[in-house]
Design a protein. Structure first.
Length: 406
């Protein structure tokens, strides 16, 4: 007792989820002091700063799931937020295109999901309409989703950080503060960082690729493990950019948590194509041969990872082959744009996805947020969590308000 509390709440992770959560709590509880601790020199250094920048509609996700609910709600709020704070964005729409008959059943499933989740304005389109919208794209059937857009999520995160500091008394977003451990006492916890310790009452873990480790350090044994997947992209060279007007996506295979190889025009005007998704031997490694012993050992010694590899070895090998062979990658891209050639593309960016995997080798599809008496742990927040971030922030604020008695 008698311990001075530095911050009532410490949020670990200055990605878009940590910052949106802090912002929503700051709005709801301006008297609660919040610190966001980010280990890198800048915020949004990992998933938030390495993504495709698509404001997803919510059409893909299982109706009623947290993903479906927060994506559609978060999208609308994100667009209003971007408008209010003058963050560049564009609602350019997207098409989802089937190129083979065997994809039609999944296309129908997506269409029905969209109807059940009440996504606005989408419609079925045929080959002529596909060509009208995207003259270089070839497909046998598709869905046009007009409410999909593009934005730079790092800019959104930056604004959320600024507003968090503005809205509350004594709120801080502290970069270069790596959380190392928790020193737990009866009525408070010392969050130990490389720059000293902060006494706090409550912890919110939004550490993305490190979230399972932070949970374990807090005494929570998550039933899942983060398995990192690197997603490599190519980009279109200047002369080939005319081949993509906005966003062209294939029909995703529902077995995997990826959307398939697609074309994305980004808010800076570049056009990204990919990804190729492979197991990453380093949680925060963006190069093809990056390796970290601890990360690799932890992932590969986990039963869930081995089971997943065993089940999907053929798919995994295909992705690995494409990671190192431009010709094979190109072949995948040509399914949607047959006239694309090797001179049209050059290597682009890469991102690493924090994918929670269960012990039976199942990638966790929905967002996973666990609550304890004095802590909240975001254990799975892959795509479309950036789109959904403001709605996820609301959800975390609700849990914090109730659980932490704010
Ligand atoms: C390739 C790719 C493309 C994607 N495309 C889209 C898209 O188009 N649209 C969309 O909506 N979503 C997309 N996503 C998903 C989206 O980017 C993520 O869901 C979202 O960014 C998750 O945010 P986060 O805050 O949970 O994680 P992060 O952004 O990874 O943030 C976690 C933060 O925690 C920090 N941290 C970790 N450990 C510690 C520690 N010990 N101490 C202090 N700080 C720590 C990290 O440095 C990091 O900054 C994509 C993801 C990837 C990988």
């Amino acid at each position: 007792m008698g311990q001075n509390i530095d911050f009532e709440i410490v949020v670990i992770g200055g990605g878009i989820i940590g910052l949106a959560s802090a912002y929503k709590i700051a709005l709801g509880h301006p008297d609660v002091r919040i610190a966001v601790l980010e280990k890198e020199e800048r915020i949004a250094a990992h998933q938030t700063g390495h993504n495709s920048g698509v404001i997803h509609s919510g059409i893909y996700y299982t109706p009623g799931s947290i993903k479906a609910k927060t994506c559609a709600k978060g999208r609308k709020e994100l667009v209003a937020f971007a408008k209010k704070y003058k963050i560049p964005y564009e609602i350019c729409g997207k098409i989802i295109v089937a190129t083979q008959k065997k994809e039609l059943a999944n296309l129908e499933r997506i269409f029905n999901n969209g109807r059940e989740s009440e996504i606005e304005g989408f419609e079925k389109i045929g080959p002529e309409q596909i060509e009208e919208i995207e003259p270089f794209c070839h497909g046998i059937a598709g869905i046009r989703v007009p409410c999909t857009g593009i934005i730079d999520f790092a800019e959104v995160a930056k604004k959320l950080g600024e507003l968090t500091e503005e809205k509350g008394k004594g709120n801080k977003v502290l970069t270069s503060h790596k959380v190392l451990s928790f020193d737990k006492h009866d009525f408070f916890t010392n969050v130990v960082t490389n720059k000293g310790a902060f006494a706090t009452k409550y912890i919110i873990n939004c550490a993305g690729l490190q979230s399972d480790r932070i949970a374990r350090a807090d005494g929570v044994e998550p039933a899942v493990k983060i398995v990192p997947f690197r997603e490599d992209y190519y980009e279109l060279k200047e002369k080939a950019k005319e081949k993509v007007k906005a966003l062209i996506y294939p029909v995703p295979d529902p077995t995997f948590p990826f959307l398939g190889v697609h074309f994305t025009r980004k808010i800076d005007g570049s056009v990204e194509c990919g990804p190729n998704a492979v197991f990453s031997f380093k949680r925060e490694g963006y190069g093809k041969i990056d390796f970290n012993f601890k990360d690799s050992w932890e992932a590969l010694s986990y039963r869930g990872t081995r089971k997943m590899f065993f089940k999907h070895w053929r798919y995994g090998l295909g992705e690995y082959a494409r990671a190192f062979c431009k010709r094979w990658f190109l072949r995948q891209l040509q399914r949607l744009i047959p006239t694309l050639n090797a001179n049209d593309i050059r290597p682009g960016n890469a991102g690493v996805r924090a994918q929670a995997v269960g012990p039976r080798g199942e990638p966790i599809d929905d967002f996973k947020i666990e609550k304890r008496k004095n802590s909240i742990h975001v254990l799975n927040a892959p795509s479309p969590a950036a789109t959904a971030s403001l709605a996820i922030g609301d959800y975390i604020n609700e849990i914090a308000t109730e659980n932490f008695n704010l």
